[in-house]
Ligand binder design. Structure first.
Ligand code: ADP
Ligand code: MG
Length: 475
């Protein structure tokens, strides 16, 4: 009988290869190393517990058949799990799974003993997205390019998205960062790219995930001590889409892991797509090294759609829903709802709902009523001027004093508070806030926001200022 583990394993691989799909073979069998052959016991090294579980769950029969062909009926398989405590230079160490518990012996035993192992190797990592062989992409097919209407407001981002979908990882738009305010189509566009990649390259592994869910999974992985499996999973992606990356603000552990996953994917020519509600320069509490990575590719902004685009988005939506509404009404809604696309859609949906509840036709009167309610209910945006006025009044100074160059502590604090609230309550960029509050630069505004955060934590009196002002501004 052959006694070289490599030769035995190579023969097994040849057999396995003929019996499963290429991608599955690449993913689950290529990383395996045969390490030892003692009589009819072959030890193979797998990269993680997750890997081992996957093999056991999906390929145990195949492995058994392959091994029996090579080593005969009494063939047995032992997994050696390679574990790294952390990234980088830590010494890898291994864990052997006892052969009497986890081995392949007689045919009738293959299925039975699999569940009998009572050690701690219970399902180390289940990601909801994994089903069978394929990794479920978590993409929403309703968010595609076809119904992502083009306008001046989104042309750059949309065409960059198309370019990326045509050649994932193969353009200089890597990462592609899509940013813009709420309801402007970031999530829609991100899905559209993924959906298009899947259509053009069905064999590619694509995953859409919100930064929030990514964080939850990571926290779970840390708790369960399966950090490696978590990383390994994300490193399998050809296209990774992370939505609302600003959610990672201040979460340094998750940022760290994302940094490593990002580097791995990027170095291997895989595509990363990120969305954020802010431009990279304005992201707070995101590590510099991560921010600088975001700038490697292309940052494309989604702006407020202009009137024409709003009309075509509405028409497209109505057409898809099979609803007909007279032109002037569409025009009226498009003219009055300018804040974002989500609200535009919301208004038209409630208009349709109103009319069907009351069994009334959709008239301009009804449209006015609905739009009025809609505009009133959506929080009006306070202006930076208004914020400066409220803050100055509160501290009994005039706006000129608040904006002046003085370093007197109470004036500096008032100015910082005005900047802080401008950031909190308006969509203005740091640079634009700075230029409107005493001609300062964006770094000064950023510093002000951080100072207010810190002081309201450590200084009781200061926290009272923040609370009072917050109340005045949200009334
Ligand atoms: P964001 O993620 O930026 O908050 P979404 O992607 O969730 O915004 O978009 C909000 C809604 O507006 C979604 O229903 C989306 O389909 C729609 N939408 C946004 N932009 C467009 C567009 N250009 N064409 C058609 N629908 C759009
Ligand atoms: Mg979104």
């Amino acid at each position: 009988m052959e006694s070289n583990p490599q030769i035995v394993w190579d023969n097994c691989l040849n057999f396995v290869k003929d019996n499963i799909q290429t991608q599955a073979f690449q993913t689950w069998f290529i990383p395996i190393k045969p390490v030892k052959l003692q009589e009819d016991v072959l030890s193979i090294e797998v990269p993680s517990k997750f890997f081992y579980e996957w093999l056991e769950e999906h390929y145990v029969k195949l492995l058994k058949t392959a091994l029996t062909r090579e080593l005969g009926k009494s063939a047995r398989l032992v997994y050696v799990i390679r574990m790294e405590n952390s990234f980088g230079n830590q010494q890898p160490h291994t864990q052997q799974i006892p052969s009497n518990n986890r081995s392949i012996r007689g045919a009738q035993e293959v299925d039975a003993p699999l569940n009998s192992y009572a050690g701690e190797l219970k399902n180390p990592f289940v990601i909801p997205g994994i089903r069978n062989l394929q990794i479920e992409s978590q993409l929403n097919p309703n968010y595609n390019f076809e119904n992502f209407l083009e306008g001046d407001s989104n042309r750059l981002a949309r065409s960059a998205g198309l370019a990326v979908a045509n050649k994932p990882g193969g353009t200089s738009f890597n990462p592609l960062l899509i940013f813009g305010g709420v309801g402007l189509g970031k999530t829609h566009l991100a899905h559209a790219i993924g959906v298009d990649v899947k259509e053009k390259y069905p064999e590619k592994t694509v995953l859409y995930i919100s930064a929030e869910k990514f964080t939850q999974q990571y926290v779970d992985a840390v708790k369960k001590n399966t950090r490696n499996d978590f990383i390994h999973f994300y490193q399998l992606m050809d296209v990774l889409i992370i939505d609302d990356v600003q959610f990672l603000s201040g979460k340094s552990g998750t940022q760290d892991i994302f940094f490593h996953v990002f580097n791995h994917l990027h170095q291997n020519g895989k595509q990363v797509i990120i969305t954020s509600d802010k431009a990279p320069v304005e992201m707070q509490d995101i590590e510099q090294r991560l921010l600088s990575r975001f700038k490697w590719g292309l940052s494309a902004e989604l702006h407020l759609p202009d009137y024409e685009t709003r009309v075509s988005i509405l028409k497209n939506k109505l057409y898809n829903d099979g609803v007909e509404i007279p032109e002037p009404i569409i025009a009226y809604v498009a003219k009055h709802i300018k804040s974002n696309v989500r609200e535009l859609e919301g208004a038209i949906i409630s208009l349709i709902a109103q009319s069907s509840f009351n069994k009334a036709a959709i008239t301009l009167e009804l449209a006015k009523e609905v739009v009025n309610k809609f505009v009133k209910n959506t929080k009006r945006e306070v202006s930076i001027d208004y914020i400066q006025k409220v803050v100055s009044e509160y501290f009994q100074m005039d706006v000129d004093t608040l904006q002046s160059k003085t370093r007197k502590r109470h004036i500096v604090q008032a100015r910082q508070l005005a900047m802080y609230f401008a950031k909190k309550f308006t969509k203005a960029s740091l640079a634009s806030i700075g230029s409107q509050i005493g001609k300062r630069d964006h770094a000064t505004v950023l510093h002000a926001c951080k100072t207010v955060d810190n002081l309201s934590f450590t200084d009781k009196q200061f926290r009272k200022y923040v609370e009072d002002l917050n109340q005045k501004l949200t009334l």
